[in-house]
Design a protein around this ligand. Structure first.
Ligand code: FAD
Length: 368
């Protein structure tokens, strides 16, 4: 283990108290290093953060369910805090009619009244419209799942997400649409699935135990001082910003969340309800208390999720993996890999979409 050099205050400065930064911080602390963690937000946890609203844990940046088939990752997160099993079984609401997700035998039965996998497969096959060379997202989706599933469960939702008609969107956006020919509403295929006991905030607090944490501190407002304060930096912010946008700005998809408190214990009977018609302006309603079976509150909090055009004042949620952004991101990644003493990690610093289990895996693999 290398010890502090010269006049450095810390071994590690972690920029970003999200999942990637927090896992690295834990590993560094456990190895005996000194660690400072900063975040520009006023809370730890990054996008996993939950706000407690009178006993209901509200997933402030969208609902988060941890899922993985990687035993090592599952055991590691459970060594921090036990994860309580939670099976995500969202529903789709199309003009008031309810369908199960992901597309499975329950969905096919609700759509067409079919009851066997053979009948469902025949129905889908008959609706693929013989498309072999899809020119846009609409044709791609129809070639994969047929017209009815496209019209009922994909079209409106996707058009709201992207703010454009499916005919105008690239076929590349959807590469595959899994169809399940069993009566199984479990959204994820993974072996392990759950939510930390006591919530994500407890999980992140345990990861950061022993670190010096400073909130509402933007790395770029104090760059020189912060860079000089530590032997190594772990950077989890936007990669283009780190390099002063020298190759241009990367683009993101963003979301707007509108929460409402209702004096009822159960508003929609499920944690996540997608609205797949075009006219409902939001894409889904999340009812947070359903993520936590121990919730005793007498009220409920629902959040409507609205897709929104991104600009640099908005939260960057999802990278947009088109040719332009991929080329620019690759140029930044090359610069990043040549930086001495800086580890670039997480969704923003890699400009890649990662689920939480990917983040944990990557952070466990980093050589300290
Ligand atoms: P972040 O959580 O974004 O952390 C980065 C942190 O760095 C932030 O707190 C930010 O404030 C801080 N930061 C950035 N720049 C600076 C700076 N200049 N100075 C100081 N601080 C800075 N994954 C799942 O596995 N299951 C799910 O159900 C799931 N649902 C999701 C739902 C939504 C709506 C979204 C958007 C994502 C979802 N994810 C889910 C993905 C999950 O959120 C990510 O895998 C995870 O949050 C990535 O962690 P991170 O540390 O890379 O990034």
């Amino acid at each position: 283990m290398q010890r502090l050099q010269n006049n450095k205050t810390y071994d590690y400065l972690v920029v970003g108290a999200g999942l990637f930064g927090s896992v690295i911080a834990r590993r560094a602390l456990d190895a005996g290093y000194s660690v400072k963690v900063i975040d520009r937000r006023n809370h730890i946890g990054g996008n996993l953060y939950c706000e407690d609203i009178d006993g209901v844990a509200v997933h402030s940046y969208g609902p988060h369910i941890f899922h993985t088939s990687d035993k090592q990752v599952w055991e590691w997160v459970n060594s921090v805090v036990e994860f309580v099993p939670f099976i995500n079984s969202p529903l789709a609401n199309f003009n008031g009619k309810i369908y199960n997700l992901p597309f499975n035998m329950n969905t096919f039965c609700q759509l067409w009244g079919v009851t066997t996998p053979e009948q469902a497969k025949a129905k889908i096959e008959s609706q693929r419209e013989g498309i072999t060379d899809p020119k846009n997202l609409e044709e791609q989706a129809i070639s994969l799942v047929g017209r009815d599933i496209f019209e009922t469960l994909i079209k409106g939702y996707t058009e709201k997400q992207w703010g454009r008609e499916c005919k105008e969107l690239s076929a590349d956006i959807i590469r595959r649409l899994p169809l399940r020919f069993t009566y199984d509403n479990n959204y994820f295929n993974d072996t392990y699935q759950g939510i930390p006991q006591g919530g994500y905030n407890t999980f992140i607090e345990r990861l950061l135990e022993g670190a010096d944490v400073e909130l509402e501190c933007d790395f770029f407002a104090h760059r020189e001082t912060l860079e000089n304060s530590a032997r190594k930096i772990v950077y989890t912010g936007e990669i283009d910003r780190y390099f002063d946008y020298c190759f241009g700005r990367l683009e993101y998809r963003t979301l707007r969340f509108e929460s409402e408190r209702l004096e009822s214990e159960n508003y929609q009977g499920v944690a996540v309800m997608n609205f797949t018609d075009r006219t409902t302006p939001f894409t889904r309603i999340v009812e947070h208390r359903h993520f936590d079976k121990s919730c005793k509150a007498k009220h409920t909090i629902i959040t409507r999720e609205y897709p929104q055009e991104w600009n640099d004042k908005c939260e960057p949620y999802y990278p947009i993996a088109n040719a332009r952004n991929n080329t620019i991101a690759e140029q930044y990644r090359k610069l990043a890999s040549a930086q001495q003493n800086v580890i670039f990690g997480g969704r923003l610093a890699q400009y890649r979409y990662y689920d939480m289990h990917h983040i944990v895996k990557l952070a466990l693999q980093i050589e300290l």
